[in-house]
Ligand binder design. Sequence first.
Ligand SMILES: NC(=O)c1ccc[n+]([C@@H]2O[C@H](COP(=O)([O-])OP(=O)(O)OC[C@H]3O[C@@H](n4cnc5c(N)ncnc54)[C@H](OP(=O)(O)O)[C@@H]3O)[C@@H](O)[C@H]2O)c1
Length: 242
Amino acid sequence: MADQAPRVLVVGATGALGRIAVHEFLAHGVRLALAGRDRAGLADLAATTGGPTRVLDAYDLDTCTASGPWALSALGGLDGVLVTIGVAGFGPAATVPNAAAEHLMTVNALCPMAVLRGAVPAVRDGGFLAAVTGAIVNAPLTGTADYAASKAALACWLGVLAREVRTRRVAVVDARLPHLDTGFASRAVVGSPPPLQPGADPVMHVRGLLGDLLGHLAGPVPGRSAPAHRSGPYAPATSSPD
Ligand SMILES: NC(=O)c1ccc[n+]([C@@H]2O[C@H](COP(=O)([O-])OP(=O)(O)OC[C@H]3O[C@@H](n4cnc5c(N)ncnc54)[C@H](OP(=O)(O)O)[C@@H]3O)[C@@H](O)[C@H]2O)c1
C-alpha cells in the first residue's frame, strides 16, 4: 500500500518554534524535510526524523526559492510548507540603523516570500503554504516599527498569494502567533524589547497551528470551512476580495 503520510517541509527547523513543529508533526506521522541555517542542529534533528535536510541562509534568496522543489524531489511529494524563520529587532523608528532595517526585512519578509514563491508549483493542490508572522501585525507597539513593518509586509504578501492559489485549494496560512515563551525577543539584532507580558506556551500555540494545517490536508469536514485562505485565529490576513 502506498505511503499515505503527509509530506511537509519546515524551514527554520532549528529555531524554538521550528523544533516544536518538527516534534509535533512527527507525532502525527508526518514525513519531514527540514531546512535551516544551523547545520549541526539540522543533523541532530535528522537523526530523529530520518528525513532529508538542507542548509540555507535568509540572504541566499535563490536557495530559499529552491527549497520547495528540493523537498518535493526528496520526499516524492509535497503536501505543505511551514516557514518559522525570523529575527527580532527594536528601537524607535528614527534610531534604527538602515543595516538593521534591511536585515529585518530580508530575514522576516524576503526570505519567507522566496521560500513560499518557490513552493507554489511544488505543493500539491489542496496543500498548505504557511509562515509565522505575529500578532504584532494587528497591533504594532511603539519601538517595533521596523520589525512590525517586516511582518506586515509578509502578511500582505501572503494575503495576495492566498487569492492567487485559491482555485487550487491551497491554504495560505498567516500565523499571527502572540508573544511566546521562546526567548525570541532576547535574540534581537538591534535594540531591546519594550516591556512585555510573560510569553504564552509555545507548544500549545504550535499545536493549534499544526492542527489547522493538518486539518486542511484531511479535507473538508461538515461545519468546518476549508477555504484556500484560512480565516481562523492563525490566518486573518486577507480582507479584500477579488
Ligand atoms: N517567539 C515569539 O514570541 C513569536 C511570536 C510571534 C511570532 N514569532 C515568529 O516565529 C518565528 C520563530 O520564532 P522563535 O520563537 O522560534 O525564535 P528563534 O528560536 O530565534 O527562531 C528563529 C529562526 O530563524 C532562523 N534565522 C534567523 N536568522 C536567520 C538567517 N539569517 N538565515 C536563516 N535562518 C535564520 C533561526 O536560525 P538558527 O536556528 O540557526 O538560529 C531560527 O531557526 C519568527 O519568525 C518570529 O518572528 C515568534
